[in-house]
Design a protein around this ligand. Sequence first.
Ligand SMILES: C[S@@+](CC[C@H](N)C(=O)[O-])C[C@H]1O[C@@H](n2cnc3c(N)ncnc32)[C@H](O)[C@@H]1O
Length: 310
Amino acid sequence: MLEEVLEYLDPKLGENFIDCTLGGGGYSKAILERIGKKGKLISIDLDKLAINNFLEKYQRYSNIYLVEDNFINLKSIVQKFRTEFNLNNRFLFDGIVLDLGLSSAHLDDKQRGISFQNDANLDMRFGDTIDENKTKEIINNYNQKDLEEVIFNYGEERWAKRIAEFIVKRRKEQKICTVFQLLKIIKEAIPPKFHNKKIHFATKTFQALRIATNMELENLKKVLPQAVEWLKKGGKLAVVSYHSLEDRIVKNFFRKESSNCICSKEVYFCTCQHEKKIRLINKKVIKPSFQEIKDNFRSRSAKLRVVEHI
Ligand SMILES: C[S@@+](CC[C@H](N)C(=O)[O-])C[C@H]1O[C@@H](n2cnc3c(N)ncnc32)[C@H](O)[C@@H]1O
């Protein structure tokens, strides 16, 4: 969604931006090209590799501040750059972008358990700040009901109940520690005639466990209000999500913050005194072009929403 994000954020020479999800650095690089040497960019990623790769590839940029951290710490991250941004107590940005989820580097990394193409330690963390046993803890320690809920809610997997049941049965025999162990269990749990030809039978379960490991939905809820606070009047926030639950969080937050009243519908008179902070730029969600989906199949589920600080 790079083209669409750039169209809406419209970075100009000398402006200041935040890329909360550096990943492969495509968005950051495009923003840097547009803001020129006088503009500044803070780029964040939980993953040390994303930071190191960017540093290695693009040494020519001196106006990017790379931060290995969780974007839920946006407030304190930005405060660290008080002097660099030379903006007294308020740091006001022209645009902020969040391109959620995992990067293609995560899928290609054979050491991580995020992809099920290779056997690896079941470790689906985006970064080292998360407990290294988190994925294994979910699989081996959650009770059956909680496991089912994770797989059903975050993976929208219709076989969640059976998969959870099989995991609990198998882990009594042996702790589940590797990608191929889990893959075998999911394969057993889903009857062969329901092994979908379009998506691999393990896709949804792996997605669910990744989302739970990295607390992706909780993090999104925490970062959105902070992002809005850092925008200047007219500054824009663009969020690209890949999961209906993520999109719902973004949609509801944007709806609430673009409204002057958040009282429940049963109330006759407004008592909330809520003041709107943002304006919706696109009322309907923006989806990738046919060409982008053709070039990058993962983008098929992308949804972009943009707001402007008022
Ligand atoms: C879809 S990729 C971003 C791709 C990027 N826009 C590009 O141009 O390559 C998402 C990135 O966000 C990072 N990420 C996910 N959750 C994060 C969080 N809570 N804090 C910081 N980074 C996070 C992931 O590690 C991943 O590298």
